[in-house]
Design a protein around this ligand. Structure first.
Ligand code: TMP
Length: 206
């Protein structure tokens, strides 16, 4: 199924408030300085269609069913992989993607208690078999994450502590299941220490 060449596809994962967006920015700067061609993108919302889907997913006021939510994330992914990720990999860039397939397993699977086998299959359909070459999970305890989020919360961030605990467990399980692809970084540490851990992993693969 897979159809790609050249570049590198790295995804960044973790519960809300794990600090991944800051780390992605630092990494982009680091790679740019080393003269790599990079692009930062995100799910949901990394392409035009996705921006509309992100608005619904994070800010819709009324009821959203669990299954509808899952399909909206998958629809965003299907478009984003084709329009942005694949294109940039094939043009030789390093694609730094804020969330991807593992978010759906962690949030809709572990968080919402959805059927993980089904999600794996639907992820494969949505991505046409494209997987990140490397996935970094920024692991942080729930209390620290909640403090970082603050009081202005989106629809997903408003989910309770138990939900986020399950999501975190989900990520740790995924890392155990796919130790070659998924690396966990302790994100309770200072920003500089987290970034130094991130650099060591990245330096090994570039
Ligand atoms: P973020 O871009 O600020 O990380 O927010 C995206 C939110 O959407 C975050 O709460 C995680 C959630 N999410 C899912 O529940 N499933 C998914 O497949 C993806 C990509 C994100």
């Amino acid at each position: 199924m897979e159809n790609r060449k050249n570049g590198l596809f790295i995804s960044f994962e973790g519960i809300d408030g794990c600090g991944k967006t800051t780390q992605i920015e630092l990494l982009k700067k680091y790679l740019d300085e080393k003269k790599y061609e990079t692009i930062v993108t995100l799910e949901p919302g990394g392409c035009e269609i996705g921006k509309n889907l992100r608005e619904i997913l994070l800010f819709h006021k009324g009821y959203v069913s669990d299954i509808a939510e899952m399909f909206l994330y998958l629809a965003d992914r299907a478009q984003h992989i084709q329009e942005i990720v694949l294109k940039n990999i094939n043009e030789g860039r390093i694609v730094l993607c804020d969330r991807c397939i593992d978010s759906t397993v962690a949030y809709q699977g572990y968080g919402r208690k959805g059927n993980i086998e089904q999600i794996n299959l639907l992820n494969k359909i949505a991505t046409n078999g494209i997987e990140p070459d490397l996935t970094i999970v920024f692991d942080v305890d729930i209390e620290t994450a909640q403090k970082r989020i603050g009081n202005t919360k989106d629809r997903m961030e408003k989910e309770g502590i138990e939900f986020h605990k399950r999501v975190r467990e989900g990520y740790l399980e995924l890392a155990k299941k796919y130790p070659k692809r998924i690396k966990v970084i302790n994100s309770n540490q200072e920003i500089e220490k987290v970034f130094s851990d991130l650099k060591s992993i990245i330096d090994e693969i570039i």
